[in-house]
Design a protein around this ligand. Structure first.
Ligand SMILES: Cc1cc2nc3c(=O)[nH]c(=O)nc-3n(C[C@H](O)[C@H](O)[C@H](O)COP(=O)(O)OP(=O)(O)OC[C@H]3O[C@@H](n4cnc5c(N)ncnc54)[C@H](O)[C@@H]3O)c2cc1C
Length: 468
């Protein structure tokens, strides 16, 4: 596997998740010779799909949702030619137990007022809830100090949010997007999500879902890299790396041999990075990085995949109120698949993740029937429960000082991964941003100043005026 280095910069990208793929494709486009190394037999990391042997169906690791504001993820999708595989919707249907529906979404009013008419007519909220939400949105017009260490819970108390607003909006829509309890979310992260999804523009808040299983989205990554002189090494577990000061080169050891490069981008989740650190050269600054990693914590996400003998709803997706299951995705409609395939997602709860399999499935079905009565008559033909214990990292107050930048303590080695400093919570957008930031930093250290990061969407309508 050992190879000689030639002409253009050679980079090894460790980890084939969204962060690693994004960095690899950006650097390949910049003319670098990229070697993308992934320990599994497929690309995608936490955002991938696979054939489930028990049911013989391809399932996503979990439904992955993006929003219009995810400019770097979309930049990556455009680069590999799959942007048209994302289905966009601007409306979010909320359902109460018993089946009453409310729809949140934009109107013709200019931002940030575009969501107001539908919010005001939503049955899911009382007038007291609506007034409380209006007060909170108004407070969010002012810029939020990024260094604030207030939790979302404390901010909600300070802004007198009602139980209805907390449980049906903040806890369900915002905390579940950030995948943590409200007392464990740093307020600036919640503010960012609210402004992007509900205030900046209708475009920023549109919700995107893949129309194909996630791994199909990345089918073009290998050819993108190889057509530009690089290579993709699957089933290749990186075990360590050594730096040679004389040749200014890295030797990366894998279970299948060694690879040489001028640069390395390590695009691993924080726990895998922590394991790799002792196998990297001991340099100044490593202790600080280790201390930062030790402050990170995982949050689980569970998904229940159900195949019914009939259609139980015409909706593509819905937010389910007041119960343990939060989101319903109708995969038969979204991905055009047969089999009346419904996926339920339970985020921001450790209690559901701790339930035994049969109990978790029984609870999910019981609750689903409260929203869609046809479930009671339908027969479940196949079922899969996926518990991702290490789904995302939390964003508690103060977490920013534990998120390192792309520039690492090692020479010519850059960090990527959703957990590095991007200003975004644990999402595919954060991973894509980190990949672009690492690629930019690598180019800069090679003497080439290149702008790779995709710009944020500009706030529209009255938003620039009102929030300045
Ligand atoms: C259940 C679930 C639901 C989610 N829902 C959403 C959502 O709706 N929207 C959203 O935006 N985000 C969602 N996320 C978060 C999103 O999946 C992650 O933020 C993102 O995929 C992280 O990408 P990454 O590249 O940073 O890390 P990863 O995806 O973890 O990629 C790291 C890669 O490194 C590989 N690797 C590890 N160790 C080694 C080694 N030693 N050598 C070589 N390779 C190695 C791994 O196999 C993996 O492929 C969800 C996550 C989960 C788990």
């Amino acid at each position: 596997m050992e190879q000689q280095l030639t002409g253009e910069p050679v980079v090894i990208v460790v980890g084939g998740g969204v962060a690693g793929m994004t960095a690899a494709c950006a650097l390949a486009e910049a003319g670098w010779r990229v070697q993308l190394v992934e320990r599994r037999g497929y690309l995608g990391g936490r955002a991938s799909s696979y054939l489930h042997p028990g049911v013989g169906e391809i399932i996503d690791n979990c439904q992955h949702v993006l929003f219009g504001c995810c400019t770097n993820l979309m930049g990556f999708y455009r680069r590999i030619g799959v942007a048209d595989k994302i289905h966009w919707t601007r409306n979010m249907t909320m359902i109460e137990p018993g089946g009453r529906r409310s729809v949140l979404g934009p109107s013709l009013l200019p931002a940030p007022l575009h969501g107001l008419p539908k919010l005001m007519s939503a049955h899911a909220f009382t007038w007291a809830d609506k007034i409380a939400l209006g007060r909170a949105f108004n407070a969010l017009m002012k810029p939020v100090a990024q260094e604030s260490t207030e939790s979302l819970k404390d901010w909600l108390i300070r802004h007198k949010q009602t139980d209805g607003a907390v449980n049906r909006f903040w806890r369900l829509v915002i905390a579940s997007a950030l995948n943590a309890e409200i007392d464990e979310i740093a307020f600036p992260y919640a503010a960012k999500v609210i402004r992007e999804l509900f205030m900046n523009s209708a475009e920023a808040g549109s919700m995107g879902m893949s129309t194909v299983p996630l791994s199909e989205l990345y089918a073009g990554v290998t050819s993108f890299v190889t057509e530009r002189g690089g290579s993709v090494h699957l089933n290749t577990h990186v075990e360590g790396a050594a730096w040679d000061d004389e040749t200014s080169q890295w030797t990366v050891s894998t279970r299948s041999g060694v690879l040489l490069s001028d640069f390395v981008v390590v695009a691993l989740p924080f726990e895998a990075m922590e394991k790799l650190i002792p196998q990297l050269p001991p340099v100044e600054g490593v202790e600080e990085l280790t201390r930062q990693i030790e402050r990170h914590e995982h949050w689980p996400i569970c998904s229940v995949h159900l195949w019914f003998d009939r259609e139980i709803t015409e909706l593509e997706h819905a937010v389910l109120l007041d119960r343990e299951i939060h989101w319903m995705y109708n995969q038969s409609r979204l991905q055009g698949r047969g089999g009346n395939y419904i996926e339920l997602v339970v985020s921001a709860t450790r209690a559901f993740a701790a339930l035994p399999r049969d109990e978790a499935i029984a609870q999910a079905l019981r609750e689903l029937a409260e929203f869609f009565p046809l479930v009671k008559e339908a027969k479940v033909e196949k079922v899969v429960l996926v518990k991702e214990v290490r789904a995302t990292f939390g964003v508690p107050p103060g977490i920013d000082s534990a998120r390192p930048s792309a520039v690492s303590p090692w020479p010519n080695l850059f960090l990527a991964g959703d957990w590095v400093q991007t200003g975004w919570p644990s999402t595919m957008e954060s991973a894509a941003r980190s990949g672009h930031l690492a690629a930019e930093a690598a180019c800069l250290s090679a003497g080439e100043s290149r702008s790779i990061l995709n710009a944020d969407l500009k706030p529209r309508g009255l938003m620039p005026l009102l929030s300045s």
